[in-house]
Design a protein around this ligand. Structure first.
Ligand SMILES: NC(=O)c1ccc[n+]([C@@H]2O[C@H](COP(=O)([O-])OP(=O)(O)OC[C@H]3O[C@@H](n4cnc5c(N)ncnc54)[C@H](OP(=O)(O)O)[C@@H]3O)[C@@H](O)[C@H]2O)c1
Length: 289
């Protein structure tokens, strides 16, 4: 991975931090996108000190359209070519809240942000040599139990955090399939992955996850972030996946069928249009790729 620029969103904890660290260990120049400057700087410092790796920080809150624009502009200004983009930042929120743009926050971070960031970075991804550049979108095995509410994408009616999360992870797959189609033959691959369940900060909003007596149980049942991130890292770095595109990979990196809810191209097109409407207000300069 020497000389390859890998952007990892949500690199301050959990799978993102583990993946960024592993990629730096493999020689990549890692760019961490983090909303918290101090936590981001700590990770960059740890990678430099412990791995003797090359790491940089871009601070941006990906829940806001302006934050995504700022992240893309900062990355574009420093790196003309990007070899990999790992859309990893994610949230699971117990009580409904809205982003600064008035978008339901789970949808904003988990779907709208990768949709906008990836498209803003397409020119830099196209410039990667050797090509193709790889976009890896982090979905979830549980997405198959989700439902796309095209008539109420933002779950204004009857919000349940888990359903909003599952929908966002379905949207990740729909976006993966459509972007792979749009970029086929253009020097970019786009795939989604279901990471192995791991003990991370994702469920920090849930009392039963935080409860001290239960924590040892989670550690027994689930993987470490490092174990779980191994799949993401292979999708970015392993030559075996150099040309795969439009695939959904399970935790052992076996290609699996996309969930039924997003197999219909018409449904995906409706989601794409709805997301375009949501990002229309983004204060970014330039055209979306
Ligand atoms: N853990 C699992 O078992 C599992 C299973 C399937 C899929 N996933 C997926 O894996 C991905 C990583 O999750 P994780 O489990 O590693 O959770 P995590 O420990 O909570 O990490 C999430 C990362 O995303 C960042 N983030 C959240 N909101 C952000 C925002 N508005 N702007 C910028 N960064 C933001 C967090 O930053 P802060 O440090 O500032 O909070 C953190 O670095 C998610 O997409 C999740 O859906 C996880």
């Amino acid at each position: 991975m020497d000389g390859r620029v890998c952007v990892v969103t949500g690199g301050t904890g959990g799978l993102g931090r583990a993946a960024a660290t592993a990629l730096a260990r493999l020689g990549a120049s890692v760019v961490i996108v983090a909303r918290d400057a101090r936590r981001g700087a700590d990770v960059v410092e740890a990678i430099r000190r412990e791995e003797k790796g090359d790491a940089s920080l871009v601070t941006a809150d990906l829940s806001s359209l302006a934050g995504v624009c700022r992240a893309a502009a900062a990355i574009g200004a420093q790196w003309s070519a990007i070899h990999a983009l790992v859309n990893n930042a994610g949230v699971s929120i117990a009580r409904r809240r809205e982003s600064a743009d008035g978008i339901e926050a789970t949808l904003a971070v988990n779907h709208v942000a990768p949709f906008l960031l990836t498209r803003l970075l397409l020119p830099a991804l196209r410039r990667a040599t050797p090509s193709p550049a790889r976009v890896v979108n982090v979905s979830s095995h549980f997405a198959r139990w989700g439902r796309l509410r095209l008539d109420d994408l933002q779950h204004r009616r009857g919000y349940v955090g888990t359903f909003a999360y599952l929908q966002s992870k379905l949207a990740t797959i729909a976006f993966t399939l459509d972007l792979a189609e749009r970029t086929r033959g253009a020097g970019i691959t786009v795939n989604a992955v279901y990471p192995e369940l791991a003990v991370t900060g994702l469920l920090r909003d849930r009392w039963w996850w935080r409860a001290a007596p239960l924590r040892p149980l989670w550690r027994t049942l689930f993987a470490t972030p490092e174990q779980s991130a191994a799949g993401l890292v292979r999708l970015v770095a392993d030559p075996a996946f150099a040309t795969a595109t439009g695939e959904v990979f399970d935790q052992r990196l076996r290609p699996v069928a996309p969930p039924r809810a997003v197999r219909d191209a018409g449904v995906r097109a409706a989601l794409w249009r709805a997301t375009e409407e949501l990002v229309a207000a983004a204060p970014c300069s330039g055209e979306l790729g």
